[in-house]
Design a protein around this ligand. Structure first.
Ligand code: F0G
Length: 461
């Protein structure tokens, strides 16, 4: 098969116009936005690659399902439909919806922290997961394999746990002080990198040995399952559903931001294998936090759309095209010499900006500078995942240095064409050719927490 790319398994029935702007206009928009793409109006963005979260296109079946929403406060028919689908996919017993991933986190994580000095260990915590671990009074430790930080070298499962390190941490901190092991699949923060089944099985063995519960942070579990099918021996002939079931069998709790592999614009899930005590605690706690346990902050119609989207996200021709789009963009950039996290992951191409702009020091945010230049070039909005996002040390107040300075080009699901991705590639390549002209940034206004969302910056001239 000598194919340039995998063509989409859908055709377009409705279009959303997007505006092409001039460079002069973009210079003005970016200045007004304080050199922070988060503050741009989406209207002024041509191709929006800020996130793949809630930004995908729904199918005709999902739009039709919206009409079936039962908006009852309690016992909604739409909830029971969702519950049935989620049980089928996971083989877990208890399902509670939440308004999005962090809604699920804020309900479940505090239930698992019953004393001081507890730790969660993950291959890599996503930001909001880390925040909720800390807000619950525990600490979040990451233990991903070293290959994850070597962006150039191929490894099929860069999201894997370093299992030796995992066991070492458990012994160091004491198994009784580990509140849970969180398998983040795919590993968003390091490039949407997958975790292998073999690795997850090893994690389960260690968890059993020390009697520690295992959670899946599975916003992109379907993409992870597809990577396993493609790259792991013994899974070539299994269906995505089978691989997903095998994955869920290795954990006790599944937390999901269903704005990703739920193919929905909003939604989250708390799914519990069989721990009825935990289920009852979550059911009680969710009422003041998210809403009654049969809606958890979602409208009945949202639950309908999600019930359909969850199944569509497991379809193989969908996943094949989805992951191929990401690969296509990654290949274009690599061919032009742009340094990226290789191989590309499931939802985004991560450009290594330490290598892209080595002349900009970490505390002048090289990846943010590249993001801004890409916006100026073609109206494409990427997002920084590096030292700008990481923030400051809570004690010393120094800027923390991120191990990776990344620009994430996040691909929304079923939304852009290969032609759009060519525009993105051309823009990034053009900026790369002129990379020595890039300058660092300094703060005009720095908020005390989660600064990357609302900070204002200016070029350091
Ligand atoms: N876990 C992972 C792995 C995520 O990527 C996200 C969100 C969440 C949890 C939280 O879910 O947004 O629905 O509350 N990731 C988005 C992103 C925001 O852009 O990567 P949420």
């Amino acid at each position: 098969m000598n194919k340039k790319y995998v063509a989409p398994p859908y055709r377009i029935k409705m279009v959303e116009p997007i505006k092409i702007t001039t460079r002069e206009e973009r210079e003005n928009y970016l200045r007004v936005a304080g050199y922070n793409p988060f503050s741009l109006r989406s209207e002024d963005v041509y191709i929006d690659l800020l996130t793949d979260s809630g930004t995908g296109a729904m199918s005709q079946y999902q739009w039709a399902a919206l009409m079936m929403g039962d908006e009852a406060y309690a016992g909604s028919r739409s909830f029971y439909k969702l519950e049935k689908v989620v049980k089928q996919i996971t083989n877990y017993q208890y399902v509670i919806p939440a308004h999005q991933g962090r809604g699920a986190e804020q309900v479940v994580l505090p239930q698992l922290v019953n004393k001081e000095g507890l730790y969660f260990i993950s291959n890599m915590h996503f930001d909001t997961t880390r925040a909720h671990v800390e807000m619950a009074g525990a600490r979040a430790l990451d233990c991903v394999i070293d290959e994850c930080f070597d962006t150039e070298t191929y490894h099929p499962f860069k999201g894997n746990f370093d299992v030796i390190q995992l066991e070492k941490i458990i012994n160091e901190k004491g198994p009784e002080n580990i509140a849970g092991i969180i398998m983040t699949i795919t590993n968003n923060s390091a490039g949407g990198q997958p975790v292998s089944m073999e690795n997850m099985k090893k994690v389960r063995v260690i968890a059993d040995k020390y009697k520690i519960r295992v959670l899946i942070d599975g916003a992109r579990y379907a993409e992870n399952s597809y990577f396993i099918k493609q790259r792991e021996k013994g899974y070539e002939n299994k269906s995505i559903e089978e691989i997903a079931l095998e994955t869920f069998a290795l954990a006790d709790i599944f937390l999901m931001s269903s704005k990703k592999d739920g193919l929905s614009n909003i939604g989250g899930l708390i799914v519990i294998k069989d721990d009825v005590d935990l289920y009852n605690k979550c059911r009680t706690y969710i009422v003041p936090m998210e809403g009654f346990p049969t809606y958890g902050g979602l409208a009945g119609r949202d639950m309908e759309a999600l019930s359909v989207g969850l199944l569509e996200a497991l379809e193989e021709d969908y996943l094949q095209h989805r992951l191929d789009q990401v690969r296509f963009l990654g290949d274009k950039l690599r061919e032009a010499g742009v340094p990226i996290q290789y191989p590309t992951g499931g939802h985004a191409v991560f450009v290594d900006c330490q290598k892209f702009a080595p002349h900009i020091p970490y505390d002048q945010f090289p990846a943010q500078s590249v993001c801004n230049a890409v916006y100026l070039e073609a109206g494409v909005r990427p997002v920084e995942i590096g030292s700008f996002l990481l923030g400051r040390d809570p004690d010393t107040k120094e800027n923390l240095k991120s191990p990776l300075e990344l620009m994430r080009l996040t691909i929304p699901r079923r939304t852009y064409t290969y032609a759009h991705l060519e525009v993105v590639a051309d823009a990034v390549i053009e900026v790369y050719k002129n990379r020595e002209k890039l300058v660092g940034l300094e703060f005009d206004y720095e908020p005390p927490v989660l600064r990357h969302f609302t900070a204002r910056l200016k070029p350091k001239l």
